[in-house]
Design a protein. Structure first.
Length: 200
């Protein structure tokens, strides 16, 4: 018994005092490295914008090296300008065809040859030009389109910058004849209005 007590006393004497764990130090603040990003290559991706040309450029260079992407970013403003020009030309052509349809249906020679419901068919030739005189910009559009069976129509329009296109000339080729169509009432209302024309 005395030997057991002696062993317990020795074990108690050898017991180490509890050790306090060191207090963790606060993490040092991280340094933020500012990298110049003149082309916005490292900005978070936003919802895709722009037209077909701009999106096409993005798709082509999606997996390209960074220098190629930077070069492509310089082309996107040009692509946007081209898209705007295409849209403006399409709007001018639509307006011109709308006015041409009204004039065609008001001409008895045209309705006799192609019926009261005559309308411009597919456009097979178009041209557009812009000019500036005295600081005022003007644009000109010329369209050639199919008319019924075997007929051809030519419509030419002009418009000042910021104004809608106005039909200034309309000609029809049909059955070996070529004649000018009266356009005096063709531009009333434009494509945003309604024009009722009774065939003669």
């Amino acid at each position: 018994m005395s030997r057991l007590l002696l062993l317990l006393s020795a074990a108690a004497a050898l017991r180490l005092p509890p050790q306090r764990l060191p207090t963790p130090r606060a993490a040092a603040p991280c340094m933020q490295l500012q990298i110049p990003d003149p082309f916005g290559m490292f900005k978070p991706k936003k919802k895709e914008s722009g037209g077909a040309l701009s999106r096409g450029i993005d798709e082509v260079v999606r997996d390209a090296p960074l220098p190629v992407k930077m070069a492509a970013s310089l082309l996107k403003p040009l692509a946007g300008a081209l898209e705007t020009a295409f849209q403006d030309q399409q709007a001018d052509a639509d307006e011109l065809l709308y006015q041409a349809e009204a004039a065609l249906r008001a001409d008895s020679r045209v309705t006799t040859a192609f019926g009261a419901g005559v309308a411009p068919g597919a456009v097979f030739s178009s041209s557009s030009a812009s000019s500036s005189m005295g600081g005022a910009a003007r644009r000109t559009t010329t369209l050639q389109f199919q008319l019924g069976t075997g007929g051809v129509g030519l419509a030419r329009g002009e418009g000042a910058e910021g104004e809608r296109m106005q039909l200034v000339e309309l000609r029809v080729q049909a059955g070996g004849s070529d004649f000018s169509v009266d356009i005096s009432g063709s531009s009333m209302g434009g494509s945003g209005g309604v024009i009722d024309v009774d065939a003669m």
